[in-house]
Design a protein around this ligand. Sequence first.
Ligand code: PMP
Length: 450
Amino acid sequence: NDTPSTAPTSPSGDELVALDRRHLLHPWTPHGVSEQLMIVAGQGCEVTDAHGRTYLDGRSGQFNATLGYGNKRVLDALSEQAGKLMTYALLGASNEPAVLLGARLAELLGEPLTRTLFCNSGSESTEAALRIVRMYHAISGRPERTTIISLADCYHGTTTAATAMMANPMAWTGCGPRPEGFVQIPSPTRCGACAAGAEHEECVVPGPEALEEAILAAGADTVAAFFVEPVLGVGGIRPLPDGYLRAVREICDRHGVLLVLDEVTTGLGRTGAWFAHQREGITPDLVTMAKGLTSGYAPLAAVTMTERIADVFATDPMLGGLRHGHTTSGHGLGTAVALSVLRVIEEDGLVENAAAMGDRLQSGLREQIGSLDGVRDVRGLGLMVGVEFDSMARGFEVQAACAAAGVIVRCEGTVLSVAPPLIVTAEQVDRIVGALRDAVAASTGEFPGV
Ligand code: PMP
C-alpha cells in the first residue's frame, strides 16, 4: 500500500527539543540551555517528559500548579463552562463565573477588600494596580501623588512599569529609558546573594524606617503607593520579618500612601494561609494575585481593592469608570477554573496541608542539609522555601543532581527554590528532602549519618 499515511505522528522528544530551539524564545531563560525539561504530561504532583521520564514537581511549574496536574474537578468545571458559554467580555456587560469569583475573593479577603478587576498575568495585575493607585489619587484631587516605592530586590513582573520597580540591572540594562517616578528602598531581609560577600551575621538589615525615610525624602504628598511582596520570591525566597507589614501599614497610613500587597506567588494557600498578609492581621488597600488563583490551569490574575478606592472611579470626570482593562478581563475560562480551584482548596483542606507540609519541608531541610558545607541558609514561609548556597555553581549542580534523581527544583542565582503543590504528601516531602540531602552531600563530599 503506497498511499501516504495522513495520521499525525507525535514528534519524538529530540524533535521537540530541536523545534523548541528553532522556534521559541523562553522567558527569563538563557538561550539553548542543554538540560531544559520538555514536559508533556502530568498527574498529581508528578510530570512526565518527552523521553518518558517521570519527576516529582518540587516547584509546582513556576510556583503556580498548586493543585498539581490533572485534577478532575477542575477539568470538569472547565469543560462545563466551555459547553455553556466560553466567555462574554466585561466591557459594558458581565458574565457569571467572573461575578461569582469576585464575590468569592471578597469572602476570602474580608471587608473592606470587596472589589476586583481581572487581568491575565501577574505582571498585568501589577500594571493595573499601579495605574489604579495613581488614578485614584488624581481623581481624589491629589494628582501630584505619583511616586511608587518598592523594595530593591522585588519582582513585580515584566511590563515596563513593573520592571521600573526593580533595582536589579537585569530588568533595565539596554532597555531604557526607564520611566520616572519610581523609588526603591533596601529590602528588610538578609540578602540572598550578598554582592559584598558578607557573612549573614555581619549584615545590617534595614527595618521599616527605610520606607518612612524614602517617603519624607520624596516629599510625602508626592507618594502614591508602596508595593511589597510578603515573601521576596525572585529576590531569593526571603520572607519579610515578623511585624514588618504591620509597621509599613502604619507608616503608609500616617502619610496617606496606599499599601499594595503583591500576592501573585504567596496568595491562595502557598504560605499556609489564604493570603500571606492575613498572617500579620493587616488590611492592604490593594492585593494582586495570579499563579495559584487558577493553579495554572488557565491564565488569570486579579487586583482586589477596597470599596473606598473602587468607588472613586465612578466619579472620574473623563469616563465615570475605571480607564483600564482588557478584552479578556474576567474571561470565563480563567474565572470558572479559579472558582473550582478555590472550591478544591477549601474542600480538601489544602491551606492547612500547605502549613503542615511546609513545616515538615522546612524542618526536614534544616535538619538534613542546614549544617552541611556550602549551605548558607534554609528559609521560607509555608510551602515556599529557599536554600541558599555559597555559589551559583553549587546551586546548579544540586538542581541537576535532583533532576537526575527524579525531583524538579529550581535554582536562580545562589538560591534554590522548593515549592511543591499544596497537595503534596508527607512521603513526597521526605523524597524531596532526601534528594536534596544526597545532592548537596555529593557536591560537598560530605555524607551525613554515614
Ligand atoms: N509578582 C510576583 C511576586 C511574581 O513572583 C511574579 C512572577 N514570578 C509576578 C508578579 C509576575 O507574574 P507573571 O509572570 O504572571 O506576569
